[in-house]
Design a protein around this ligand. Structure first.
Ligand code: C2E
Ligand code: MG
Ligand code: MG
Length: 436
């Protein structure tokens, strides 16, 4: 591939171990090269990340790690023209920039680099078999050069996730380059919105009734809403779980939900409040203290609060989850199994769970009333749940036909738009009064 003279890059931008330029130089240089990119000779970025390099540092020490990096950099240099632009982007990551006539040429070079890296390497009486993940991105005509660099990085990460030792071209990953970057960007924005929402009191809970076959109100489920923007829990809860923000969100909803349970108690309602708890929140060592604090602050009877936990959590044999399950039971707070049937339901585990409710996921409900197989599964779950002493609830019920089929199948209570959508506290109290 054609290459460039790098006399304009300052010597101070050079990494002492590899002799490659540093990342700041890369950010500058890519903008320069982009101006030379044409439809015949497009700028190509190859991003290389060594696989499991941490292991080398751990087993051979940092000096051994440096020696390995030095040798790998020499191999990369040997397989390219002497004046090729090479950059060291991080400890074990390198970038190659070039103008290329076509993608195939870039792929051939990437393949030769991968072969070069893979040659066994001797270090301190050990033989290493290095491997790497490579990402390739070609600058699009209207693209900002740094975005192309990001796509190459993203493609390299995708190669790593697939097990390493391979080359991924941007656009061919599982989540194609630009889309993947956009997704990551959207997630960051949602995370920021959540921080703002927590700090400025922009979160609130809505409540959705759970109603028995005879029309009586069994309990209400607390569902979180973020009023600063139209983002749904389906979007923000997974991001909060990924970033650890769920602990703050969860502590807030626990206190808020318990406080509403107290309000219902003081207006003479027997209804309990079910609060969703994420696995990441429940697995925190201080979860029992948070629960105690919420019950105390709200001054509510524990049996008026219920925690909704997904079934996969019960299969977690880690001591912290088991300790927290016992501690929760000891407070007198009830537990229900949420989204039953969507995870890896395990009957062996189910027999050991002392929950008061079993909530059948909406996925089964949407197939009713016509799908006989779904009906059989729901009937079996309903029988099993009841035999194990749980109240069986179906979620997401939207039509009377679905409700009829569910009650025929032995489900005891339903939750869904058929009866009511989630609503704010005051609206729920009004809804209860009007039913009477
Ligand atoms: P989930 O706990 O299974 O809650 C039931 C979801 O079904 C709610 O979605 C509810 O609005 C929706 N739903 C109820 N009836 C119907 C219906 O008839 N049709 C349809 N299409 N949907 C119905 P929502 O409020 O968007 O919450 C989604 C999920 O986010 C919840 O699923 C729960 O897993 C999570 N979540 C919500 N609030 C919290 C919270 O405070 N903490 C935690 N950790 N998770 C929460
Ligand atoms: Mg729930
Ligand atoms: Mg559910």
């Amino acid at each position: 591939m054609p290459h460039f003279s790098h006399q304009n890059i300052q010597a101070s931008s050079t990494d002492p171990i590899t002799g490659f330029f540093n990342r700041a130089a890369c950010f500058n240089e890519i903008s320069q090269l982009a101006t030379q990119s044409t439809s015949h000779r497009r700028l190509v970025v190859i991003w290389i990340g060594l696989d499991r390099f941490k292991r080398v540092n751990e087993s051979c020490g940092h000096q051994g790690g440096d020696l390995t990096i030095f040798q790998i950099a020499s191999r990369l240099r040997d397989r390219t023209q002497p004046d090729t632009l090479w950059f060291r982007m991080a400890g074990d990551e390198f970038v190659h920039l070039a103008l290329s006539e076509d993608l195939d040429q870039a792929k051939k070079l990437a393949s030769s680099l991968l072969d070069g890296i893979g040659v066994p390497l001797s270090l301190n009486n050990l033989t290493l078999h290095p491997t790497a993940s490579l990402g390739i991105a070609v600058l699009e005509p209207d693209e900002f050069p740094h975005a192309c660099l990001e796509r190459a990085d993203h493609a390299m990460q995708s190669a790593k996730r697939a097990g390493g030792g391979r080359i991924v071209t941007s656009g061919k990953e599982f989540i194609p380059g630009r889309l993947g970057i956009r997704l990551a960007h959207d997630e960051l924005q949602i995370e920021n919105k959540l921080h703002v929402a927590i700090d400025h009191g922009k979160l609130h809970l809505q409540y959705q009734p759970i109603v028995a076959a005879d029309g009586s109100l069994i309990s209400v489920e607390a569902l979180m809403r973020c009023n600063s923007d139209q983002i749904s829990p389906g979007e923000f809860i997974p991001i909060a779980e990924k970033t650890g923000l769920i602990t703050r969100l969860g502590e807030w909803s626990l206190l808020e939900g318990a406080t509403f349970a107290r309000r219902l108690q003081s207006v003479g309602q027997q209804t309990s409040v079910s609060i969703n708890i994420s696995r990441a929140q429940f697995a925190m060592p201080h979860f029992p203290q948070t629960l105690h604090a919420a019950l105390l602050c709200a001054n509510v009877e524990p049996q008026r609060v219920e925690l909704e936990l997904t079934e996969s959590l019960f299969m977690d044999n880690s001591s912290i989850v088991q300790i927290n399950l016992r501690a929760t039971k000891d407070t007198g707070v009830r537990i229900s199994i949420d989204d039953f049937g969507t995870g890896f339901s395990c009957l062996a585990t189910l027999k050991d769970i002392h929950a008061s409710k079993l909530k059948i996921d909406r996925a089964f409900v949407v197939a009713l009333p016509h799908d006989r197989r779904a009906f059989s599964v729901v009937s079996a779950i309903a029988r099993l749940g009841q035999d194990l002493g749980m109240l069986v609830v179906a979620e997401g019920v939207e039509s009377q036909e679905q409700a009829d089929a569910l009650f025929d199948a032995g489900v005891q209570a339903i939750q869904g738009y058929l009866y009511a959508r989630p609503m704010p506290e005051d609206a729920l109290l009004k809804w209860i009064r009007n039913r009477k």
